[in-house]
Write a new protein. Structure first.
Length: 84
């Protein structure tokens, strides 16, 4: 099964997450199928907090990929931003 989840990067106490499509059986930060965006929870000023390639996310969801709870919230947030 394929899922869409966060893969952690960044330094200690400065998290940065890549939004990736990966096999559910692989470890969190190991290989992935495709990177479709990123999430920076500690963004300040002009830094971009969230970027998701909507067309690729829609494609993978159509193929049956299951987003994690956090990624589902981020996808919803991005969809609201695009609609506004």
């Amino acid at each position: 099964m394929v899922n869409i989840r966060l893969a952690r990067g960044g330094a200690k106490k400065r998290p940065f997450y890549h939004i990736v499509v990966s096999d559910k059986r692989k470890p969190r930060d190991s290989g992935y199928i495709e990177r479709i965006g990123y999430f920076n929870p500690v963004a300040r000023g002009q830094e971009v907090r969230l970027h998701i390639e909507q067309d690729r996310a829609t494609y993978w969801l159509g193929c049956g990929a299951q987003p994690t709870d956090r990624v589902a919230k981020l996808l919803k947030e991005t969809a609201e931003t695009v609609a506004a």
